[in-house]
Design a protein around this ligand. Sequence first.
Ligand SMILES: Cc1ncc(COP(=O)(O)O)c(C=O)c1O
Length: 313
Amino acid sequence: MQTDVNNRKIWLDGQIMNVNDAKINVLAPTAQFGLNVFEGIRCYWNDEKQQLYVFRMKDHYQRLLRSIKLLELDCPYTESEMRQALLDTVRGNEYREDIAVRQTIFAKGFGSWGSSGPVGMFVSPIPKAKSSAEYNKKGLHCCVSSWRRISDDVLSPRIKCGANYINSRMAQREALRNGYDTTIFLNELGKVAEGPGSCLFIVRDGILITPQLTDSVLESITRDTVIKIAKDMGIEVQERSVDRTELYIADEAFLCGSAMEITPVYSVDKHLLTDFEGEITKKVHTKYLETIIGKCEEYSQWLTPVYICNVYK
Ligand SMILES: Cc1ncc(COP(=O)(O)O)c(C=O)c1O
């Protein structure tokens, strides 16, 4: 039986329980200082195959382990235990629909911001998957944020930790207050970085361009997916620094991420790019949607089936 959002089953420190019964200490460093690292992992339902596929599961755990390492958390869980926890949670809820899963490693107990443990883990499905308004739009009107993206020498955007999202929050709140759907950050050098919860691509003269990973962006799995599928379709891709003015003269642009998938950018700072999904964006978007639900044999290694799963990809 499928559970409703308020009664979903979640996994906490080795036990599956009702979300309302999952408790943490209010003094825990995760609650006080955002001392946690996490992944938002998508699972897509393929009706024809009657199967739910986890998308790029191994890549998510590899990034999670890198975040754990960089924050020096004493994580007691192995990659295989993390994976099992996700599968047990999703199976326990018997989902037969697209979902997102939040898997978080957090500092619990009575520690401080400097503590390395004790460390807990929870796994919680998010049935509606698209938790913010901007994730549900057909196209986005964006501004360039007056807030700079955090940089590697201050608070690395490479680490997917809760505290980093306060920088995202400042920028997103400003954008909404000023009537935009979302925002695009510049980095400390004034080059284009990323969105508050997504990566950015622009198209110029048929070439797909995205800021490089050292320009203050998260090492995004969707960004990597887009680069691979675009190259396989014969589209030239450049990873390089992008100027703010290139956003205004781009032929097309889109934001992408596990939650956002691929969403066209219609305008930046009121400079209109397109008011529809551009040709290259559409090509990549269509292939992406086919890939995540298991319609592309060539990318089947990215999918882990939930309901028969003993094979870990
Ligand atoms: C700041 C930021 N950039 C990029 C992304 C996209 O990353 P991914 O494609 O791995 O979901 C996210 C999503 O979590 C994000 O929060």
